[in-house]
Design a protein around this ligand. Structure first.
Ligand SMILES: [Zn+2]
Length: 299
């Protein structure tokens, strides 16, 4: 298997890459992957990830909750309640960012199309792109909602979207700089990118270190912090306008991290850490486990 070893930082080109620790793939294979950090700009990423056409098997697990619509079990029920609350919050946020008749939305990495369909129901002209053929078929069969494969992105016309949303997607994208360039191209001059990401500078990331569940190697290739996301945006012609915390993610990630650590009473311990992280994020957004970043094109 061909693995990708970065010799220089994808953000600043720095060559001094400092190994942080090795993380285990708790989700699918149990394999270990090194996480390293650029000494110049602090951008953090996974080393030795499989190439695009070989990474598929790392997504195969019977417990892949994002693509499951089952309501069985306590955790799944909680997941669905939280998902509904977050859906309303995300929709309200996107609605608040645009004025007038701007309604062309691309949801990139749409999963089973849950958010995309909700926005269509709210009057948006929605295009949904999703890499997984299984998820696209699921959406078509169950909701008669068509989603497109990622290859469609380069066929999109220049400036054809008012808003692009990416909910926990960018950390999975292999050609990161090219993707930011495409994002700039497809957005209207007044367009907005809404990008939700796990935060590797968060309270829970610092607490759990290599056991932090949102490292999620090798599926998560890049481990952004508020400072490195802002630098990526600036590099590609965007300005970071606003940041919003995502209060529930810290609880879920902390509980999962405790389980990975092998703790007893992992749910309780995780909930406690989630609570501390949430409280820390009141004063300091950069303590939040996940953050929604709103970018606009620089003038
Ligand atoms: Zn760097």
């Amino acid at each position: 298997m061909i693995k990708i070893i970065h010799k220089e930082c994808p953000l600043c080109g720095g060559k001094e890459l400092q190994p942080l620790f090795s993380c285990k793939d708790h989700f699918a294979t149990g394999e270990e992957f090194a996480v390293c950090k650029c000494s110049d700009c602090t951008f953090t990423f996974t080393q030795g990830v499989p190439e695009e056409n070989e990474i598929g098997r790392y997504y195969e697990s019977p417990t892949y909750i994002s693509h499951s619509d089952t309501n069985k079990g306590f955790v799944n029920r909680c997941y669905h309640i939280v998902r509904n609350i977050m859906l309303r919050r995300k929709a309200a946020l996107v609605n608040s960012l645009v004025y007038g008749d701007k309604n062309r939305l691309l949801d990139y990495g749409a999963g089973t199309g849950y958010f995309a369909r909700a926005m269509q129901a709210r009057g948006w002209d929605v295009t949904a792109i999703e890499k997984s053929e299984q998820a696209r078929n699921y959406s078509k069969e169950n909701f008669d909602f068509e989603m497109f494969p990622v290859e469609v992105l380069e066929q999109c016309e220049t400036g054809c979207f008012d808003v692009v949303t990416m909910w926990h997607v960018m950390e999975h994208i292999q050609n990161l700089n090219e993707f930011w360039e495409e994002l700039y191209r497809i957005l209207d001059d007044e367009g907005i990118a809404v990008i939700a990401l796990p935060n590797s500078a968060s309270y829970d990331a610092q607490t759990y270190r290599e056991n932090w569940a949102a490292y999620d190697v090798p599926r998560h290739l890049w481990h952004f912090s508020p400072s490195t996301v802002m630098k990526f945006g600036r590099k590609h012609g965007f300005i970071l306008e606003r940041q919003y915390t995502m209060p529930f993610d810290g609880f879920y990630i902390s509980m999962l991290s405790e389980r990975y650590k092998g703790s007893t009473m992992s749910a309780l311990r995780g909930a406690f850490c989630g609570l501390l992280g949430w409280m820390a994020s009141w004063n300091k957004k950069s303590a939040s486990s996940s953050i929604i970043y709103v970018f606009r094109k620089a003038r």
